[in-house]
Design a protein around this ligand. Structure first.
Ligand code: SAH
Length: 479
């Protein structure tokens, strides 16, 4: 109940308008806005305007909406379910409202709350599901802000899922006992395998999952989502990741995933830190694989949260193989990988017309032996190279690339804590790169980007990697 038991002066109801006449009087912007809103329903929309603005006429024609080019007469309102007065003039709006009331038809006068019998909501439309937000005309901007937040929370496929739910209603009522079992069925239906299959556009898989759920009376196998949490900033996470976090029973997260992202889960969700920062493994990879399998077999909805993108240096391959072998269903939700966040922080083009047309994601940890790693060859051919986990191997990476023929003055950018407020940006050249390994002041994760495209970035916010260094000279000037 609202604070201080405040009462609503306007009570929300959902009115049946299918095939019924809804009349809008007016030919300007206000009329168009209401027409757009009502066109989300299956009402039979009629707009009455003697001299409509071209925008309105074009919209009506494009949307098959009946536009009557006549001066308003009260008979236009006959048999209407709802009337909108949108003439833009107070006296004219008032007359329309009075004519509607004389016919017992509820009326709305645009931007004149004192004349309204009803208000229109800010609408989240996932037909047949609708969320209507109202402020009794007090704050349209507030209503839109709330609308936007709810819109983000609801899957775009919710409407299709609700339509499918309606087709299962009867079977569920017959076969699943009322009470706990039925609630469990619907909860699994709306958040489990049927929902996921609908979300990826596979209706036949969704039906199969719903049928299995019906057979098992709502008990379902668990599910693991390997989810990318993005580079660190909590608003660089996808809407899908956020939704899954809110539905998860268990969140298994890596050390690099920030607390604020882990906190997006339900308050009662179990949270398990799987650790893994260099030097302090709290669980081995095998233990993590086994944990995910165990939780999935217990029927839990698990989010395995990894920094950046789960498929980039995230050991997701091993986890997916373990889940596959165990028959636990899983899905992958991509995230923004550290290289993209670092490039964005620097204003650095990863590809640059005429300079760099390929991009390599690599780590400094495959430099064993004398053979040149194949990415080194790509770098020499002009690829931009993003080096993950490259702090301790900085000297080897720089040495190998120079030996292989890459110029020592090739531009290098280094970002510590990309996307976070405590990020630090450094610039230099390949020759300066070894200094990275000895800088003890860099304690956060660092990403290194090497290549001629780096020289095209903005060095006004970065510091030199070593004190004598100048900003790299753009490749085109150098040649
Ligand atoms: N899956 C992750 C990478 C995990 S490997 C992704 O797609 O980003 C861990 C390495 O990622 C770190 O050693 C570092 O090189 C890089 N990294 C992760 N987050 C970073 C950040 N915020 N800033 C800079 N580098 C980061």
């Amino acid at each position: 109940m609202a604070e201080g038991s405040a009462k609503l002066n306007a009570f929300p109801v959902f009115m049946r308008v299918d095939q019924r006449r809804v009349v809008i009087i007016g030919g300007g912007e206000e009329a168009l806005a209401k027409a757009r809103l009502m066109a989300q329903s299956s009402a039979e929309l009629v707009i009455v305007a003697e001299l409509p603005e071209p925008q309105l006429a074009v919209w009506a024609a494009a949307n098959g909406v009946h536009l009557l080019l006549e001066a308003y007469r009260p008979h236009h309102l006959d048999n209407a379910a709802l009337v909108f007065a949108a003439t833009g003039e107070e006296a004219a709006d008032r007359a329309v409202v009075e004519d509607a009331r004389a016919r017992s038809i509820p009326a709305n006068a645009v931007d004149r709350p004192e004349l309204c019998d009803f208000y229109t909501p800010a609408l989240v439309n996932r037909a047949p599901v609708a969320v209507a937000v109202g402020t009794e005309g007090a704050g349209p901007v507030l209503a839109q802000m709330i609308r936007a937040r709810i819109d983000q929370m609801l899957s775009p496929s919710l409407g299709r899922l609700a339509t499918m739910a309606a087709s299962y209603r009867e079977a569920v009522d017959q076969r699943v006992p009322k009470g706990l079992a039925r609630r469990r069925f619907w909860k699994s239906f709306f958040t489990g395998h049927p929902a996921r299959a609908v979300a990826v556009g596979d209706p036949s898989a969704a039906r199969q999952a719903a049928d299995e759920l019906l057979d098992s009376r709502g008990f379902e196998l668990g599910h693991v989502a390997l989810v990318g949490a993005g580079p660190g900033a909590e608003d660089l996470i996808t809407l899908r990741a956020q939704r899954l976090l809110m539905e998860a029973d268990v969140i298994v997260h890596d050390a690099l995933v920030p607390e604020a992202v882990v906190a997006m889960g339900r308050r009662d969700a179990e949270r398990i830190a799987a650790g893994k920062r260099k030097g302090c493994h709290s669980k081995t990879q095998n233990e993590i694989n086994a944990l995910l399998v165990k939780l999935g077999r217990e029927g839990k909805r698990v989010v395995r949260l990894k920094s950046g993108d789960p498929l980039v240096f995230g050991r997701a391959g091993e986890e997916m193989a373990a889940l596959r072998d165990a028959g636990v269903p899983y899905e992958v939700v991509p995230g923004i990988t550290a290289a993209f966040a670092a490039a964005a922080d620097f204003g650095l083009p990863l590809t640059l017309r005429g300079v760099a047309s390929s991009l390599v994601f690599t780590t400094g940890h495959d430099l064993k032996g004398e053979a040149l790693p194949d990415w080194a060859r790509l770098a020499i051919d002009g690829a931009t190279v993003a080096v993950y986990m490259g702090r301790s191997t900085a000297a080897e990476v720089a040495g190998r690339l120079q030996n292989a023929g890459l110029s020592p003055d090739t531009a290098v950018a280094v970002v510590e804590n990309a996307s976070l407020s405590n990020r630090r940006l450094f610039h230099g050249t390949l020759e300066d790169l070894p200094a990275l390994a000895t800088r003890t002041d860099l304690t956060g994760p660092v990403l290194t980007i090497i290549g001629d495209a780096v020289a095209g970035s903005d060095f006004s916010h970065s510091e030199p990697l070593v004190t004598h260094a100048k900003a790299p000279v753009p490749a085109r000037i150098r040649e």
